[in-house]
Design a protein around this ligand. Structure first.
Ligand code: UD1
Ligand code: MG
Length: 457
């Protein structure tokens, strides 16, 4: 039986007061509507249709791909009018699942249950009991049987006392849905074509209407304002934190943890407060992350220690930190940083597009860009690779056991052979052979008995 998924995303989101369309606002680093699509991807729908209107070009550009089709709704005359626009695009027969682009945390399990309950011949509504149902469409029942949804603005005082609300999510038999939305009118308080009016139509036709109640508020909470967005973000972050802790990860404080992507953790991982993880991050067994780190697109090996205030961003290229490495505090790893086992990167050291072999150390105030660094190299404080000549980038190759003193400039392209030593304060422009000492700085002059100038009276 064919399944259509329709995501309504044409509304303006006035209360966000943003230039960005509401469904593109981010929750855990992903657009709201992207969550809806991702959370329902496992349903393997035959058609996935997103209804766009406000900021349609921007919304479509942001989520195009994966066979998603767009139907424009201009102007926006209500949720029923929105579904009317999709009628020609719906695969015949089967079930149509209707979701809202601004209700991001709806789960795979819940949507699958709705589709199964529908079975192509019932109208299934996802509902929830709210302590304060103000603003929502109310589920009007007679006994157990659902009779209608009445929008808050159209409801009588008695109906407004109903606490069971429509979540905006339903699964409908596709052919009946097409027929029903063709019969909607806008004879109501908001002069809109309400999708919710199809419930009474189904009842009149004798089509079974099923109200499925969810107890999980987070799943069905919509985003209308920056405040609601922040609240939902916190709920989502707490849920992610709980899942990690259930898997054995030790978070110093689940309320001060942010994951905007995927975090895979081995055993005995410890994460201190105020860390942000983005993109794809993998932490091996026994990894410890200090407070206030931002960590994006990197793989960190077992027993590595990331000290406080470290910033790691592998971007698209990725980055890796070897087993037992010590990074930070205040270190910065950029795309293409490939650090071997037991590498030490200390405070105010920046590494970009460079490979450091096992046991190499750069402990203070240094820059390594486009460099290949051998085992056990000691790279002194204040030293840099001058990798950019103003037009092109060049590589620096530093052999095993090289000792680079403090405040050196290695002008690339350059190769320093195994076991060589570079004297502090040197600016090197030529290769150094293995085992050589290279010193490239002004010789020290000593004048005995020198007296400093005196201040005139
Ligand atoms: C809707 C339901 C209400 C339910 C509530 C849950 C209707 C008539 N009412 O009300 O019963 O309790 O959701 O949150 O459906 N949209 C369009 N085109 C339009 C209008 C809306 O695409 O012309 C989209 C919006 O972008 C949004 C969704 O549909 O994603 C819901 O629209 P909204 O205006 O928020 O409906 P509510 O009044 O909240
Ligand atoms: Mg709404």
């Amino acid at each position: 039986m064919s399944l259509n998924i329709v995501v309504m995303a044409a509304g303006k989101g006035t209360r966000m007061k943003s230039r960005l369309p509401k469904v593109l606002q981010k929750l855990a680093g992903r657009a709201l509507v992207r969550h809806v699509l991702d959370n329902t991807a496992a349903l393997h729908a035959d058609a996935r249709i997103v209804i766009t209107g406000h900021g349609a070009d921007q919304v479509e550009a942001a989520i195009a791909g994966d066979g998603i089709r767009f139907v424009r709704q201009e102007p926006q005359l209500g949720t029923g009018h929105a579904i009317q626009q999709t009628v020609p695009a719906l695969n015949a027969g089967g079930t149509t699942l209707i979701l809202s682009g601004d209700t991001p945390l709806i789960s795979t399990a819940t949507t699958r249950a709705l589709v199964e309950a529908c079975a192509g011949d019932k109208l299934v509504l996802l509902t929830i009991e709210y302590a304060d149902p103000t603003g929502y469409g109310r589920i009007v029942r007679e006994g157990e049987a659902v009779k209608a949804i009445v929008e808050h603005k159209d409801a009588s005082d008695e109906q407004r006392r109903i606490r069971e609300c429509y979540t905006g999510i339903m699964a409908a038999p596709t052919e009946a849905l097409k027929r029903w939305v063709g019969q909607l009118n806008n004879d109501n308080a908001q002069r809109e074509y309400y999708l919710t009016d199809i419930v009474a139509m189904a009842v009149a036709e004798g089509v079974p209407v099923v109200g499925v109640k969810t107890a999980d508020e987070t799943e069905v909470l919509g985003v209308n304002s920056p405040s609601q967005l922040a609240q939902l973000e916190r709920r989502h972050q707490l849920a992610q934190a709980e899942a990690l802790m259930t898997a054995g990860v030790r978070l110093a404080d689940p309320a001060r943890f942010d994951l905007r992507g995927t975090l895979r953790c081995g055993q005995d991982v410890e994460i201190d407060v105020n860390c942000v993880f983005e993109g794809e991050v993998t932490l091996g067994d026994g990894v410890r992350i200090g407070a206030n780190c931002v960590i994006r697109n990197v793989t960190i090996g077992a027993e590595a220690r990331i000290h406080e205030f470290t910033h790691i961003d592998g971007e698209a290229l990725g980055a890796s930190v070897g087993e037992g490495a010590l990074i930070g505090p205040f270190a910065r790893l950029r795309p293409g940083a490939q650090l071997g086992a037991e590498v030490h990167i200390g405070n105010f050291v920046e590494v970009k597009n460079s490979t450091l072999a096992k046991g190499a150390k750069a402990n203070h105030l240094a820059y390594l860009g486009d460099a290949t660094v051998g085992e056990r190299v000691n790279y002194g404080a204040g030293s840099i690779t001058a990798n950019y000549d103003g037009a092109n980038k060049h590589r620096t190759i530093i052999g095993a056991d090289v000792h680079v003193g403090s405040n050196c400039v290695l002008v690339a392209p350059i190769t320093i052979g195994d076991g060589a030593t570079v004297g502090g304060g040197s600016t090197l422009t030529k290769d150094v052979a293995p085992g050589q000492l290279a010193v490239a700085r002004g010789r020290q002059i000593v004048i005995s008995g020198w007296s400093r100038p005196q201040k005139k009276k």
